[in-house]
Design a protein around this ligand. Structure first.
Ligand SMILES: N[C@@H](CCC(=O)N[C@@H](CS)C(=O)NCC(=O)O)C(=O)O
Length: 219
């Protein structure tokens, strides 16, 4: 069954930007985006909770050619699934290339779990939680983890190759880039290797399209 259309529920600079980046790589501008006023409770409406009980973006509504519909609510799964749905776009190694595929799946999962979690703990403990419930110890622990463990792993890859899984851009770059952007907003991942990677990525029209709304963050 092939895809007829997709609709992304999105908030600028959030985890939905990962998916928006890939959607622009696949469709150009030919997909629908719903700007979600997340800071004003848009995630808590009954209509949205029916799509994602976790009240978070991204959410992806999919309509198939036969008219049937489906909804997804995990960014990593969306990236993997979309890249596989359009093999002709060459955004993921083929499942038959076991070695490249293992590395690619690992980097998408690393981005959506290990690195995402570290960034989230910093955000929670430095800004999101009410002041009395924040932990400087936890924030520092995850800052150190990114600085001493995560960033060096990414740098080792990016010093050898143009992209996170080699010399070909993949959906794994969509999540890596969003995490690096997020880390940079905390003064992390700022070495020349990351700078050069971001410069390469910024040459992609899909990246510029995906992040064109960044100024709306916080609104
Ligand atoms: N694991 C989910 C997490 C999504 C998530 O936490 N999104 C944040 C924005 S970055 C959100 O919408 N939070 C609103 C809330 O939790 O109420 C994914 O990666 O898709």
């Amino acid at each position: 069954m092939s895809i007829k259309s997709v609709k992304l529920y999105h908030y600028p600079l959030s985890r939905s930007a990962r998916v928006k980046f890939l959607l622009h790589e696949i469709y150009g501008e030919d997909f629908e985006t719903v700007h979600m006023e997340m800071m004003k409770g848009a995630g808590m409406t009954p209509e949205f909770l029916a799509k994602n009980p976790n009240h978070a973006v991204p959410v992806l509504d999919i309509t198939y050619q036969d008219g049937s519909e489906q909804t997804m609510f995990e960014s990593g799964a969306m990236l993997l699934w979309l890249a596989d749905a359009y093999p002709e776009k060459n955004l993921a190694p083929s499942p038959s290339d076991l070695e490249a595929r293992a590395d690619y799946l690992q980097m998408v999962m690393f981005g959506s779990s290990h690195m995402d979690l570290a960034l989230w703990e910093i955000r929670m403990n430095e800004t999101l939680l009410p002041e009395g419930r924040r932990s400087e110890v936890i924030a520092k622990h995850y800052r150190r983890k990114i600085e001493k463990e995560i960033a060096p792993q990414l740098e080792a890859r990016l010093s050898k190759h143009d992209y996170i899984c080699g010399d070909i851009f993949t959906a794994a770059d969509c999540i890596t880039v969003q995490n690096i952007n997020w880390a940079r907003s905390y003064g992390l991942c700022i070495s020349d290797i990351f700078k050069a990677y971001m410069k390469r990525i910024k040459q992609r029209p899909a990246f510029l399209q995906a992040y064109a709304d960044s100024a709306r963050f916080g609104g």
